[in-house]
Design a protein. Structure first.
Length: 238
């Protein structure tokens, strides 16, 4: 079996990538976090040697923060999940090579496009993903988001318990969350080996600076305690 998604091809430095969207169920079935992708023995060796391509997932954060956010809020959004593209599992076909018939003759779609569109058509097309590998493709960035999506979709028992015990909320009261129908932004990145995967992981976590706590408090729109703080500060300026 295969899955086909629309894609935009791009290049940054020496890396080629494809920007796509995937439904939640397709994403969680075709990708793996590092701890699931590698064998237990390989994962432990990587951890011991300091050469892992990912951190071990923080399940407490997934259970108590990300998963509840997904089911509680219809106005939810997060940035793209980066996935290592397995070139043996994927094939990109651009629109400019799409076959069409003109005046009874075979041609390519690019031949009928407006001039302003022709040079763009080679980077717009469809990415076909082979489903034969049960592990799927390795997530380089966004494993916590993916595991939270998986929890909401297929592993609800622990989340149901946490919602009841920690928040005194009924998981099933959010049954209309519709997370399974979300279009998740995914970047498939061509990375040739483990060494470069580690570098990408390091780059993504080095240059994506987390906002400071004071900025988080004064800009939050979801944390009720932070909203109280905002009200006090803005209504009672020093």
């Amino acid at each position: 079996m295969t899955t086909t998604v629309s894609a935009v091809r791009g290049k940054m430095g020496e890396y080629e990538y494809y920007q796509c969207t995937m439904k939640t169920k397709d994403l969680i079935s075709r990708t793996s976090s590092a701890v699931d992708y590698f064998t237990d023995e390989t994962w432990q060796e990587m951890q011991d040697s300091g050469s892992s391509v990912q951190r071990e997932p923080n399940m407490k954060r997934i259970l108590e923060e990300i998963s509840p956010y997904l089911i509680r809020s219809k106005k939810r959004f997060f940035n793209s999940i980066a996935v290592a593209l397995d070139t043996d599992q994927c094939e990109f076909n651009s629109l400019d090579q799409f076959p069409v018939t003109m005046d009874g003759k075979s041609a390519h779609l690019s031949s009928i496009l407006l001039p302003a569109y022709k040079d763009k058509a080679s980077n717009i097309g469809f990415l076909t993903i082979d489903d034969t590998d049960p592990k799927g493709m390795l997530i380089l960035d966004g494993q916590h988001r993916m595991l939270a999506l998986k929890q909401v979709a297929t592993e609800q028992d622990k989340l149901r318990q946490v919602m009841k015990k920690k928040f005194e909320e009924d998981f099933d009261s959010y049954s209309n969350h519709d997370v399974l129908n979300d279009d998740i932004s995914v970047v498939f990145l061509k990375v040739p080996n483990i060494k470069e995967m580690r570098k990408i992981f390091e780059d993504l976590n080095t240059y994506a600076q987390k906002q400071s706590k004071d900025v988080e408090i004064l800009n939050s729109e979801s944390n009720p305690w932070y909203k109280i703080t905002q009200s006090f500060c803005f209504d009672n300026p020093i």
